[in-house]
Design a protein around this ligand. Structure first.
Ligand SMILES: CC(C)(COP(=O)(O)OP(=O)(O)OC[C@H]1O[C@@H](n2cnc3c(N)ncnc32)[C@H](O)[C@@H]1OP(=O)(O)O)[C@@H](O)C(=O)NCCC(=O)NCCS
Length: 147
């Protein structure tokens, strides 16, 4: 149930940008995260408001940018439902994901983005690479969890 809500939220947001990720691929991913819970990766952190799912972010060992297999873990799939944006929910999700990575013993965490470089910089992340990815310019960023 939760997996299908998260799949719907992400598919609606990413279908234009990442059309190769089908609704059922999202659904399978979130079912795997639900099974893992907080014991292994991939896992998902969910934001709720009055019982409604309003956002999520995931932490996974590898991401779909396969150029950097030595980087792990990755924060991915940050999304907040449109009606709940600009309230600090994404910032809170990112903090919780970072805290979770620390608890799992990681000293760095990575992400890639097309458009949200400024937001991540505000949250303490640094740019380490700029690369073309699927026909657009992507930014690879790192957060030093010991810094
Ligand atoms: C990007 C996205 C996740 C941001 O979610 P959000 O919950 O609105 O993010 P936040 O509220 O934490 O931060 C957004 C802005 O609100 C401001 N803000 C933070 N807390 C706030 C609060 N309590 N009240 C009002 N504004 C607040 C922040 O300063 C920030 O401003 P900035 O854009 O000038 O830096 C959301 O717009 C989204 O889902 N977009 C589509 C998917 C996407 O692009 N995901 C990222 C992929 S890399």
């Amino acid at each position: 149930m939760l997996a299908s809500i998260l799949a719907r939220l992400n598919f609606a947001e990413w279908a234009d940008t990442l059309p190769e990720i089908t609704h059922s691929a999202w659904d399978n991913f979130y079912q795997e995260c639900a099974m893992n819970g907080d014991s292994s990766l991939p896992t998902t952190i969910v934001a709720t408001f009055h019982g409604e799912v309003v956002g999520s972010v995931s932490l996974e060992v590898i991401d779909d940018i396969d150029k950097f297999p030595h980087y792990t873990p990755w924060i991915s799939g940050l999304v907040v439902a449109r009606d709940y944006r600009n309230k600090g929910i994404a910032s809170q999700l990112m903090q919780n994901a970072s805290r979770f990575a620390v608890e799992m013993g990681y000293s760095k965490v990575f992400l890639w983005t097309y458009e949200q470089e400024t937001m991540y910089q505000r949250l303490g992340w640094s740019v380490i690479h700029r690369i073309p990815f699927k026909g657009r310019g992507a930014v690879i960023m790192v957060l030093d969890l010991e810094g």
